[in-house]
Design a protein around this ligand. Structure first.
Ligand code: GUN
Ligand code: ZN
Length: 437
């Protein structure tokens, strides 16, 4: 039995904060502690109380005066796109053709897949992220590489082999039966093994034929405990082409509805240009819209109307994500900084408490894994991030004027990045310092 006691300023959310001063939405303990045993949290609270429950051999790590939160969760990204980030000057469809598809072709080489999976998971951990929902490439071996690396680190990650059988280079396509068989084999091998979870992953309606969409629907029906992830309504040219490819559909969302792909475990990247009818369909099925602000700005895709989606009569479940490599940063802090600006351009604000709720418990709820991660509750998996709002000279100077927790969080979001991440614990074990040493 290995026991570790983490001491610091603990912060965890109990529900979505409704306004900047919503003190009942979170638990904050100035001299707090988290007791971890065998990869799980066994107690959280005031240091003295938690210390009293620890055994005599407990290893104690003092992170004061830093904040200790549940690890950040990233609800949408593409691990094969590490070398696509910073590709200049294109909107979505050209960006896919000119940069992304050629890059993903390299993943037919399983050595390359393993190398990038390793570097990728190191990078997200360095940025304080302990769980991701990841797209792999079309190659089964890319998903195997990702899961092997993830399992070796004992991370709770969700991932899937992309299914795509048209409108892409021949070297990057599967077929409806091979996409189905490979996904099925990966589910059998990896879904529920250790902390690994599988997401059925038709890339988007443009790159899957109706036959493949039907196969994706069959997989979802056969594996209701798996996630489903795809892209929806990101870019105007994409929406127009989708309408041409699926002339019978009422709209883009209806394409996915027709194949049985909407539902509470379905994650739809982007959802920028949804009509009211589409937003209603998303809401009624409990489907999740994934907000990817750095990507949406970088590719010029549009402004996700977060507050409209949250406050409408039929609200949407929302997650937040980097969308690496359309997204330009691995950091959920940088992501929410850009998210704040996107929301500001829509004439609204996202308060800092709501931001940090979103990237911890909010994303855990959106991914239906809040019983395991996203909180500091006893029984949860021990995935934590330790953050320092004085990590750089400019942050330290600005911290001199900070008086409240909300102000500190907003400073972290506005100026923070991986330098603010002092330590990361995955299943109770230090993961960032181990990497740096
Ligand atoms: N739509 C289909 N594939 C992709 C992708 O890889 N990135 C983004 N941003 N949108 C997509
Ligand atoms: Zn994406």
């Amino acid at each position: 039995m290995t026991e570790t006691l983490i001491r610091g300023r603990t912060l965890a959310f109990l529900r979505e904060p409704l306004e900047a001063g919503d003190g009942a939405a979170y638990d904050y303990v100035e001299d707090g502690a988290v007791l971890m045993r065998d990869g799980k949290i066994v107690d959280t609270g005031a240091y003295g109380d938690v210390r009293a429950k620890a055994g005599p051999d407990v290893a104690e790590i003092d992170h004061r005066p830093h904040l200790v939160l549940p690890g950040f969760i990233d609800a949408h990204l593409h691990f094969p796109q590490m070398q696509v980030i910073a590709s200049y000057g294109a909107e979505l469809l050209d960006w896919l053709d000119n940069y992304t598809f050629p890059e993903e072709t390299k993943f037919r080489d399983s050595q390359h897949g393993r190398r990038i999976a390793r570097l990728f998971l190191d990078e997200v951990i360095r940025h304080g992220t302990t769980t991701v929902a990841a797209y792999c490439s079309v190659h089964k071996a890319s998903a195997e590489a990702f899961f092997e690396e993830s399992h070796a680190r004992d991370m709770l990650n969700i991932a899937g082999k992309v299914m795509m059988d048209r409108n892409a280079p021949a070297a990057l396509t599967d077929t409806p039966p091979s996409g189905y068989d490979d996904s099925k084999a990966l589910i059998a091998e990896w879904h529920g093994r250790g902390r690994q979870l599988y997401a059925i992953t038709p890339r988007f309606a443009i790159t899957s034929s109706p036959e493949q969409m039907e196969m994706a629907g069959a997989l979802v029906a056969e594996h209701p405990d798996c996630h489903m992830q795809t892209h929806l309504s990101e870019n105007l040219a994409e929406i127009e082409w989708t309408a041409e490819l699926y002339p019978q559909a009422k709209d883009y969302t209806d394409v996915y509805a027709h194949y049985g792909l909407l539902g509470p475990k379905s994650l739809f990247g982007h959802c920028i240009h949804l009509s009211e009818r589409e937003a209603d369909a998303m809401s009624e099925t409990g489907s999740v819209a994934v907000f990817c602000p750095t990507s949406n700005l970088f590719l010029g895709s549009g402004l996700f109307d977060y507050q409209r989606y949250r406050s409408r009569a039929k609200p949407l479940r929302i997650a937040a994500a980097t969308d690496v490599g359309g997204g330009t940063n691995y950091s959920m802090l940088r992501t929410m900084d850009e998210g704040y600006k996107v929301i500001a351009l829509n004439g609204r604000k996202l308060n800092p408490l709501a931001s940090f709720w979103q990237i911890t418990r909010g994303n855990a709820e959106a991914l239906s894994i809040a019983d395991r991660v996203g909180t500091l509750e006893a029984g949860s998996d021990a995935d934590l991030v330790v953050i320092d709002a004085s990590a750089t000279p400019a942050m330290r100077l600005r911290m001199e004027t900070v008086e409240t927790l909300s102000e500190e969080l907003f400073l972290l979001q506005t100026l923070g990045d991986d330098r603010a991440v002092k330590e990361v614990y995955i299943a109770g074990r230090a993961a960032k310092s181990r990497m740096d040493s």
